[in-house]
Design a protein around this ligand. Structure first.
Ligand code: ADP
Length: 225
């Protein structure tokens, strides 16, 4: 675990350092290229802080010391915020991005934790992409539940792995030469947070190819008179 996580932390650090050094040498005359280096540095710094968030959440979940502040919030608004926050990065990476969030979707929850769930699902949609780069983020109500779906057209998950992907450290391709790196913690953390809220995160294959990951939360319905 420590070796794998350290490796994951070092990769973005190495590339931030590399591009910072390139900029310091001032040998890149092309303004566009310099800007590209800065974008890479920002994206890698974000990746790093996302990883650190996951490692911290994992160790808190393990030690049972998660204390979640609950407050009434609108899952539709939160979904739209996360989507718009990630849109520029995803579009730069060549993704078609659709964000469609109904509002209000009243839930009782920890905004930071729920944000982390959506970030984990969206970063997987980006990471496990195939040739068709498309992400849809859709929030709506289904009966008494608020549901946020993250739909991609990526490599999908074989049926036999559909449950195991939610286990700690499980990765479909966990070889050192795997084309996509990771810790295998993102989905178990996402599910842990959702279950803490009385909800869940589920996987379904997407008709036409790809994956649909869904966050389900109980809605706070107005009390009946
Ligand atoms: P990590 O991405 O760090 O490996 P996760 O817990 O987020 O860890 O995911 C576990 C595994 O589930 C991944 O290694 C990958 O095999 C599979 N997976 C997750 N999200 C997707 C997705 N959107 N499309 C295809 N496979 C996925």
């Amino acid at each position: 675990f420590v070796a794998n996580v350290s490796h994951e932390l070092k990769t973005p650090l190495t590339s931030i350092r590399l591009f910072a050094e390139l900029l310091l040498q001032k040998r890149q005359p092309d303004e566009k290229r310099r800007e590209e280096y800065l974008h890479i540095m920002v994206a890698e710094a974000e990746r790093l802080s996302h990883l650190v968030d996951n490692v911290l959440t994992f160790s808190r979940q393990e030690s049972g010391s998660v204390s979640r502040r609950r407050a009434p919030l609108d899952l539709g608004v939160l979904t739209a915020e996360v989507g718009e926050q990630l849109r520029p990065h995803l579009e730069r990476e060549g993704f078609d991005v659709l964000v469609e969030a109904d509002s209000p979707l009243p839930v009782e929850g920890d905004g930071e934790g729920l944000r982390q769930v959506l970030m984990n699902l969206l970063s997987n949609a980006e990471k496990y992409t195939g040739d068709v780069r498309s992400v849809e983020l859709v929030a709506r109500s289904e009966g008494r539940e608020a549901v946020v779906e993250v739909r991609d057209r990526g490599i999908g998950v074989e049926g036999r792995y559909a449950e195991r992907i939610f286990h700690d450290f499980f990765r479909v391709d966990d070889t050192l030469t795997a084309p996509r790196r990771g810790t295998g913690l993102g989905l178990s953390i996402a599910r842990g947070i959702a279950r803490d809220h009385g909800g869940d995160v589920t996987y379904a294959p997407r008709p036409g190819g790809g994956s649909v990951f869904a966050l389900h939360l109980p809605m706070t319905l107005p009390k009946e008179e």
